[in-house]
Write a protein that binds this ligand. Structure first.
Ligand code: AMP
Length: 180
């Protein structure tokens, strides 16, 4: 049941020490499960891009698929999944990026976009910005024009949004939380 007095912030559940000690995990499943909250979050993400400013929405696996799919639908834009390596069936382009321990790779289909298409990138949260920066690199590699990168949550102390802005990307987030 939707409680209209609850803000988006109230609808996000925080789980301390998950998946490891010291991390405050910002769980958006409680927001997604609330009909009014989910709609409000998507409406707020979509708002600046209504009226044909985007050709495609790219969502980052996995929570970026849920939000990005809804945003794409509302913008009447196509949706492009950006996935962890090895999950996409056709020819891909890929980028590797550094994690706290080690390295990871993300991929998208090489024919998911044509050069010059305008793309809004969507994920649930930006922390250090490693994932989103890699996604921007991937999209630019195949000639996409990044309209903006949008997140429900920013953790500004981790500097990810600043890093993306320094790369020339417009960054929007609906809520920010202190700390990690
Ligand atoms: P980063 O690459 O450091 O910006 O991390 C962003 C990705 O990791 C996003 O896909 C988030 O879903 C996930 N993530 C990082 N930190 C958190 C956190 N504190 N709570 C929930 N998800 C997180």
């Amino acid at each position: 049941m939707t409680d209209p007095s609850k803000s988006l912030r109230d609808l996000i559940r925080t789980i301390p020490d998950y998946p490891k000690p010291g991390i405050m995990f910002r769980d958006i499943t409680t927001l997604l499960g609330d009909a009014g909250g989910f709609r409000r979050a998507v409406d707020e993400l979509v708002h600046p891009y209504a009226g044909g400013r985007a050709d495609k929405v790219a969502g980052i696996e996995a929570r970026g698929f849920i939000l990005g799919g809804a945003v794409a639908h509302q913008l009447s834009a196509g949706f492009v999944p950006i996935r962890k390596k090895g999950k996409l069936p056709h020819a891909t382009v890929r980028v590797s990026y550094l994690l706290e321990y080690g390295e990871d790779e993300i991929e998208m289909h090489a024919d998911a976009l044509v050069r010059g298409e305008r793309v809004v990138l969507v994920d649930d949260l930006i922390a250090t910005g490693g994932t989103a920066t890699a996604a921007v690199k991937l999209l630019r590699q195949i000639g996409a024009e990044i309209v903006a990168a949008c997140f429900v949550i920013d953790l500004p102390e981790l500097g990810g949004a600043e890093k993306l802005r320094a790369d020339g990307v417009e960054v929007r987030s609906l809520i920010s939380f202190e700390g990690h």
